[in-house]
Design a protein around this ligand. Structure first.
Ligand code: GLN
Length: 250
């Protein structure tokens, strides 16, 4: 089996260790003997995103988002929409996630998004920072995701998306409605840095299964991996954080 992975804006959108997500994707393929190609796509490039099986886009401060959002809309929007509608698996974190919505109104400027996810984001006066734990209910995946969040943006979901999960502790999309992230077809947005994937191995394998079944049909078997270290990292966050009260925006 083979997976073709795309990493969008690797230099610009790589906040709080988001590159760790790509390392986790690559390693968990190699450890299973799955052939993979990793393609980095930067400013000025306009690939056919339907050629990929899994696309990753990390987070960034307002400055980096401002540097890439025009390119994202002008050169990549149509092909990303086509890929999303054809079921390509896409994971976008924080600043990348925000730009998949209708717009992100940052502290100093407003950026039009892709409009791929039915959501919008507006920066608030106080950053939402800290460890976070989220209860996720997805078809065939019931788990708690843990990570780290640091964002001024408050994201509100429209009717065209479902939340990725419910906040057990931390802020999530906006610190008010208890939602975290967004899901549309095989497109997943989340505020969880950390990085997210290395300490949530079940979620990585869930994304792999979606991508491989889209390519090879139902019934793809992913042999389990010895995730002792990953589970230890997971417990380190969920333990410290789940004992804390859920802190809502005041
Ligand atoms: N700049 C955005 C915000 O502050 C996203 C930050 C991030 O990617 N961590 O909300």
């Amino acid at each position: 089996m083979e997976l073709r992975i795309c990493h969008l804006y690797p230099e610009h959108l790589n906040l709080y260790g988001d590159r760790g997500n790509v390392i986790a994707l690559v390693k968990r393929c190699l450890w299973r003997g799955i052939d993979l190609s990793l393609t980095e796509i930067r400013l000025g490039e306009a690939p056919r995103f339907t050629e990929f099986d899994l696309i990753f886009m990390g987070g960034g401060q307002d400055r980096e988002q401002w540097l890439i959002y025009g390119d994202l809309r002008r050169l990549k929007r149509a092909a990303l929409l086509e890929a999303a509608e054809s079921g390509v698996v896409i994971l976008a974190i924080c600043g990348g996630y925000q730009l998949f919505g209708h717009y992100y109104k940052g502290i100093a400027q407003t950026m039009d998004g892709l409009g791929l996810l039915d959501l919008w984001t507006e920066a608030g006066p106080k950053r939402m920072v800290g460890d976070i734990a989220v209860k996720v209910h997805l078809p065939e995946l019931d788990t708690v995701l843990v990570g780290y969040e640091n964002h001024a943006g408050r994201t509100y979901l429209g009717h065209g998306v479902k939340p990725l999960g419910r906040v057990l502790a931390g802020h999530g999309n906006n610190g008010r409605d208890g939602s975290e992230g967004a899901v549309y077809k095989n497109v997943f947005g989340s505020y969880l840095h950390g990085s997210l994937l290395p300490k949530n191995p079940a979620f990585v394998d869930y994304l792999f299964k979606l991508a491989l079944e889209r390519k090879y049909g139902e019934g793809v078997y992913l042999p389990p991996l010895p995730d002792m270290l990953e589970e230890k990292a997971h417990r380190a966050v969920s333990y410290t954080h789940l004992t804390l009260p859920t802190n809502r925006e005041v």
